[in-house]
Design a protein around this ligand. Structure first.
Ligand SMILES: CCCCCCCC/C=C\CCCCCCCC(=O)SCCNC(=O)CCNC(=O)[C@H](O)C(C)(C)COP(=O)(O)OP(=O)(O)OC[C@H]1O[C@@H](n2cnc3c(N)ncnc32)[C@H](O)[C@@H]1OP(=O)(O)O
Length: 185
């Protein structure tokens, strides 16, 4: 296995405004496929802040998430990890960030009807680069591991690149961003 993080990093402190351990984390965007309650067949990940630089997420696999009969689609599992890892970065650092690289190891199939518990850990930062990893277990057995590089960005990143009508909807109704992000800090 390659060394991780792949570059020299420092381990940051939790942001002073990071949610306390055991706090249930809100969805970050109502229309997010990973966590949004408005997305009918979305993953609806639920997350809780952990101790130190950790966040625990849970994803229950439904019939809409199949790739093979009765088994979760690997791409959707990767999506669940993207969300879980991004949630750790966003909530613990209180900074917007986007995924630049995401790698997954699928060790065991994940059946429909089971809940994957994803423990994400923020491993280190180097400038704008944030390295984070996670392990997903089903009934105590490791099923998926993932590692990712997130890059911190300004909120302007989303305004510049997002579809204008969606940006406008959020500006008109900031509640779409849940309680995670203060658009007028
Ligand atoms: C007040 C705020 C509070 C906030 C907190 C709220 C709580 C929030 C809770 C929850 C959060 C949400 C959870 C969501 C989870 C899902 C996230 C997603 O799915 S994001 C969508 C998919 N990803 C994209 O769309 C990115 C597309 N890519 C880009 O836009 C650019 O490529 C970007 C921004 C990633 C980098 O572009 P550049 O121009 O800004 O910067 P450059 O110089 O290219 O890269 C910076 C450094 O990173 C390295 N880098 C970039 N990409 C790399 C890669 N693929 N592999 C290795 N290194 C890479 C570069 O080599 C450079 O390194 P060197 O500083 O020179 O050492």
């Amino acid at each position: 296995m390659n060394s991780w993080p792949p570059v020299e990093t420092t381990v940051p402190d939790r942001h002073p405004d990071a949610p306390a351990p055991d706090t249930e984390l809100p969805e970050h965007y109502a229309h997010c496929f990973g966590c949004g309650d408005s997305v009918e067949h979305g993953l609806r990940l639920r997350a809780t802040a952990g101790e130190g630089m950790t966040v625990r997420s849970r994803f229950t696999v439904t019939t809409e998430h199949q790739g093979a009969p009765g088994l979760a689609h690997g791409g959707l599992l990767a999506c669940a990890f993207d969300e879980a890892l991004g949630s750790a970065v966003g909530h613990l650092l209180r900074r917007p960030a986007v995924t630049a690289k995401l790698e997954t190891d699928f060790l065991r199939p994940v059946p429909v009807g089971t809940t994957l518990v994803i423990d994400a850990h923020l491993d280190g930062i180097a400038g704008r680069k944030v390295y984070v990893s996670a392990e997903g277990t089903v009934e105590g057995t490791t099923a998926v591991r993932a590692r990712a590089l997130f890059i911190t960005v300004d909120l302007k990143h989303f305004v510049d690149h997002g579809r204008p009508e969606d940006i406008r909807r959020v500006a008109e109704n900031p509640a779409l961003l849940g309680r995670s992000i203060d658009v007028n800090p």
